[in-house]
Each structure stands twice: as C-alpha cells, then as structure tokens.
Design a protein around this ligand. Structure first.
Ligand code: DQA
Length: 144
C-alpha cells in the first residue's frame, strides 16, 4: 500500500501543549489522524515521523524513498538545517513544506527557510489545517 511521509521536526511532538496561542491546541496525533483521513480515499497510509534531532530526521527521509510524497514541517531546522535540506534534495517525490504559524508575521530569524526552495509548495499560517491542505495538494501532484 502507498504511504505518505509526514515528517515533523524539533519541538513539534508536544503540539497541543506548545505555545497554544501560536501553534494551536491540536496534538500531533490529531494532525496525523486528519492527514490520514484526507488521503484514505486514495488508499494511502500515513508514515508519521517526528524527531527532535536532525540526524534522525535525515534517517527517516532516507528510509522514506519508497513513499509517494511528503509533508515536512522542519520546525526551527528551517533556519539552518542544511543536512535536512540536502536529504530533501535527494527525496525522489513531491513534498510540501508546512508551518503552522505565519512565519513572516513573526521574528526576522524565521523569515527564511533553507528547505523551501526545494519544496513543491509551502503552506504557512493556516494552523493544523495546513497539513490537510498539503495532503490535498499531494493527492493532485502525485500521479495515480
Ligand atoms: C514552525 C515555525 C518555526 O519557526 C518554529 O521554529 C517551529 C514551528 C511552525 O510550524 O510554525 O518549530 O515550523
């Protein structure tokens, strides 16, 4: 069965309890369930991975070449996660970068993502809805 890679970086495992005024109250489990529901019509399963360390995320990308596409929230690795950036450069399927918060409405250091130029698209500021929108986009972008 085809699998969609759902990759979340540092500090995203505590969603729901992490600065809810910025990131909302949905937990990562809620998000994983919502993404799974979006892609179930295509019989895709979700391979959900969250790590706080960059090396573990890179391992997950390398182990995920057999997936059909990916949704990636790199968290703060957007700023200087060059290793993860290089891992995504070799990921052989379309992928979407998601940020729950509108990073451009926040501190200057969040205004650039080293990964974003490689993504098929970027969704920011839509909260947990952003992951579902990314899943819908991948349903369009990934050939049947
Ligand atoms: C984030 C935005 C990043 O700047 C931050 O470091 C995060 C979460 C978001 O989803 O809004 O960890 O990626």
């Amino acid at each position: 069965m085809s699998q969609l890679l759902l990759l979340n970086g540092p500090n995203l495992g505590i969603l729901g309890r992490r600065e809810p005024s910025v990131y909302g109250t949905d937990t990562l489990a809620d998000i994983e369930k919502a993404v799974a529901a979006e892609v179930s019509g295509r019989s895709w399963r979700v391979r959900a991975v969250q790590h706080n360390s960059e090396g573990d995320l890179i391992d997950a990308v390398e182990a995920g070449y057999d997936t059909v596409g990916a949704i990636v929230n790199p968290g703060a690795l957007m700023i200087a996660g060059w290793g993860l950036r290089d891992a995504m450069a070799n990921y052989p399927h379309p992928w979407i970068e998601v940020h729950l918060s509108n990073v451009w409405a926040r501190e200057q250091f969040r205004h650039d993502s080293v990964l974003a130029p490689l993504a098929a698209g970027i969704i920011v500021g839509m909260g947990s809805l952003g992951y579902r929108l990314a899943a819908r986009a991948l349903l369009e972008l990934v050939a049947a």
